[in-house]
Design a protein around this ligand. Structure first.
Ligand code: SAH
Length: 216
């Protein structure tokens, strides 16, 4: 398929998978329509690059479903001035969406080869406000804290305390909580001084968060 074909698939993806399910933020829809998802999936998955589901990216990991990428980005309420942390870089696709929606993004990946591949692609796409780090992201990334938004792309047993601590006052954290074999739901946490409001939403299916505050 050529670039025009991919652009057409992207337009359909945004209309049928994202806008139709209730995401209306024009800036976010434009970003989802602009991002070349086909460059983030392997050659063997090109025919399904814009399909309505997750895809394997190697090392037993997946690139999330386009709708979930949009939904979790939407949960952070980004206006464009924010500094954001992502845990679980994977392919770099979610980080790219955050990079186009916020001022600065730090994304942490525990598998070095995934971090390296994502970092290269993000540079090629000119996303120089996205910084990829190889580390245990269940500990956050203290060097650039506090963050206005934090997004976790792997499911945790419970919300990791370091992530709450690295949230700015008024900042928002979006993450799946629950086990891989059992029930997982997306949660939003909002910092109010020393307190946190939280609510649980959609049931989801993410790979496990590893590391100190992940699954053993
Ligand atoms: N956001 C990704 C999807 C990531 S899948 C994308 O857009 O493609 C989840 C990722 O989290 C995997 O790459 C996995 O290696 C990574 N991961 C799991 N535990 C982690 C941890 N403790 N710190 C950082 N990354 C972790």
């Amino acid at each position: 398929m050529d670039e025009a074909g991919f652009a057409l698939e992207r337009k359909r993806m945004v209309e049928e998978q994202i806008a139709r399910r209730g995401i209306r933020e024009p800036r976010l829809l434009a970003v989802m329509e602009s991002l070349p998802r086909h460059l983030f999936v392997g050659e063997e998955n090109l025919p399904w690059a814009y399909a309505d589901g997750p895809l394997p990216i190697g090392h037993g990991q997946t690139i999330s479903q386009p709708y979930i990428v949009a939904l979790m980005t939407d949960m952070l309420h980004l206006a464009g001035t924010e500094r954001v942390l992502e845990v679980g870089t994977g392919s770099g696709y979610q980080a790219a969406a955050l990079g186009r929606m916020a001022l600065e993004v730090h994304t942490v990946e525990i598998v070095p080869s995934l971090a390296e591949r994502a970092g290269k692609l993000l540079v090629e796409l000119g996303l120089d406000n996205v910084h990829v780090h190889t580390s245990d992201g269940s500990l956050g990334w203290p060097d650039a804290a506090p963050y206005d938004g934090i997004l976790v792309a792997a499911t945790a047993p419970r919300v990791p305390r370091p992530l709450l601590e690295q949230l700015q006052d008024g900042g928002r954290l979006a993450l799946p909580v629950g086990s891989v074999s059992g029930y997982q739901a997306l949660e939003t946490w909002v910092r109010r001084g020393l307190e946190f409001d939280h609510e649980a939403g959609l049931p989801v299916a993410f790979v496990p968060l590893r590391g100190k505050h992940g699954w053993k």
